[in-house]
Design a protein around this ligand. Structure first.
Ligand code: PLP
Length: 373
C-alpha cells in the first residue's frame, strides 16, 4: 500500500538530539531553539519568531495577543482545521464562518466583507495547501475596518504571495511542524509576530506570563509574573529535530515540488474532466504541501477512494466543514456555505511525501487515468 503520508527523517535529527543530551539546556529556548528562530527571521525577514509546542498553540498565542473581549467576533474560514476556531473560542470570542472561493478552498475578501460587524476584531485566514489567499484585498479590509489579521500558515512554510513570505503579511502568523506538514518535528509550531507592538507581550505569554526572556537577555535583574501566559515553548529535543529539517529545507521542498509537478503533468488535461485539479493563482507560489483534486460529487469521491485503495493507494479527504460540526453547528448563525460544503464532500488528497518514489507516483497517475468501477 502506498501510504498517504510518511514522516521524513533527514539524517541529522539523532545527532542533534544527542547534542542536547550532552548539553546543559534540555528545556526550551536553548541553542537549537535560537538557531530555528534565527533561520526564519533571516531567511524570511519575520520580525519575531517563537517556537511553540504545536501549530494549535501558536494560534492560541495569536488569539491571546488579539486581546479579545466576550462578544467580540472573529471571522475564519469554515473549511479549516478545528484549531483555527478553538484558539479564538477559548478567548471567549464568537466565531463567524466565511465560505471558500470557487477557485480554491481559501476564503476571499468578497465573502469576508459582508460578515464584518461593529463587533468584528480579527480576520483569521488559512492559506490552504500553502497557496496564498489574496492578501492585498484582505489587508485592505483590515485597514478599512480597523481589524487584526492572523495568518494560519500551518500549510505554508516557504510559500509566497507577490514575493512576500506567507506568515509574514498579517499582524500575526502561526506555522505548524506536525508530522503531516512539509517541515516537521513530530509535533511543533511557531508564532510569527509581524507587528512590533505585540513582541514584548508575545514573549511574556510564551514564558508562562513572566518576563523571563528579558531576564535571560540581561535586560532586568529578576523576573516575575506580569501577564497571562502558558508553557508554549517546546523542549530543545523538538527544536533539535526541527533544526535538522530546516537545514535540509531546500532538498525537502525540491523533492516535494518534483512529485507535485509529476502529478500535475500526468493528470492535467488527461484525467476525467469532471475532476477539477488544483488552481494556483498568479499571485501565489506553490510550496507543494499537498496535491488535491475536487470530484464532481460525494458519491464519486467515495468510489474513487475505494478504487484507489483496491489499487494499493491510500488517499484521504480533508476538513469536515466546521459550521456543520457536532460541537459548533448550533452555536453560530446558520448560513449556507456552498463552496465550503462542496470541498468537504468532494476534495481528495493524493500521497505526497519525501520518500515517495517516481514509480509510485506513476502508479497513482496511471490508476487515475484508467478509472474503473
Ligand atoms: C495542522 C494544522 C493546524 C494545527 O497544527 P498542529 O501543529 O497540528 O497543532 C492548524 N491549522 C491548520 C490549517 C492545519 O492544517
Amino acid at each position: 500500500m502506498i501510504p498517504f503520508n510518511k514522516p521524513y527523517c533527514s539524517g541529522r535529527e539523532l545527532k542533534y538530539i544527542e547534542d542536547v543530551c550532552h548539553s546543559t539546556t534540555m528545556s526550551g529556548n536553548g541553542q537549537f531553539t535560537k538557531k530555528c528562530h534565527k533561520f526564519f527571521e533571516e531567511k524570511y525577514g519575520f520580525k519575531k519568531c517563537l517556537l511553540a509546542t504545536s501549530g494549535t498553540d501558536a494560534l492560541e498565542m495569536c488569539a491571546m495577543l488579539c486581546d479579545l473581549k466576550p462578544g467580540d467576533e472573529v471571522i475564519i474560514p469554515s473549511y479549516t482545521f478545528v484549531s483555527t476556531a478553538l484558539a479564538f473560542l477559548r478567548e471567549g470570542a464568537k466565531v463567524v464562518f466565511a465560505d471558500s472561493s470557487t477557485q480554491t478552498p481559501n476564503c476571499e475578501a468578497s465573502n469576508i466583507e459582508p460578515l464584518i460587524t461593529n463587533k468584528t476584531k480579527v480576520i483569521a485566514v488559512v492559506h490552504y495547501a500553502g497557496v496564498a489567499c489574496d492578501m492585498d484585498a484582505i489587508m485592505a479590509l483590515a485597514e478599512k475596518y480597523n481589524l487584526l489579521v492572523v495568518e494560519d500558515a500551518a500549510h505554508s512554510v516557504d510559500s509566497y504571495y507577490k514575493g512576500k513570505p506567507l506568515g509574514g503579511i498579517g499582524h500575526l502568523g502561526a506555522f505548524s511542524f506536525h508530522e503531516t506538514k512539509n517541515i516537521s518535528s513530530g509535533e511543533g509550531g511557531m508564532l510569527v509576530v509581524n507587528d512590533e507592538r505585540f513582541i514584548r507581550r508575545a514573549e511574556i505569554i510564551w514564558e508562562k506570563g513572566t518576563n523571563r526572556a528579558e531576564f535571560y537577555r540581561g535586560m532586568v535583574n529578576k523576573y516575575g509574573w506580569c501577564d497571562m501566559g502558558s508553557s508554549f515553548l517546546p523542549s530543545e529535543f523538538n527544536a533539535a529535530y526541527l533544526w535538522a529539517q530546516l537545514e535540509q529545507m531546500d532538498d525537502i521542498q525540491n523533492k516535494r515540488k518534483h512529485i507535485w509537478k509529476m502529478y500535475d503533468e500526468g493528470l492535467r488535461g488527461k484525467i476525467d474532466p469532471l475532476i477539477k485539479l488544483p488552481v494556483v493563482p498568479e499571485y501565489a507560489t506553490n510550496n507543494a504541501h499537498m496535491y488535491y483534486m475536487v470530484c464532481p460529487s460525494l458519491d464519486y469521491r467515495t468510489k474513487l477512494m475505494n478504487y484507489l485503495k483496491e489499487n494499493g493507494i491510500q488517499t484521504t479527504f480533508h476538513y469536515l466543514p466546521l459550521h456543520s460540526s457536532t460541537y459548533y453547528h448550533d452555536k453560530h448563525d446558520a448560513r449556507v456555505l456552498e463552496n465550503c460544503d462542496n470541498y468537504g464532500d468532494c476534495l481528495v488528497r493524493l500521497p505526497l511525501f519525501y520518500e515517495l518514489k517516481d514509480e509510485e507516483v506513476m502508479h497513482v497517475i496511471h490508476s487515475l487515468l484508467n478509472i474503473k468501477w
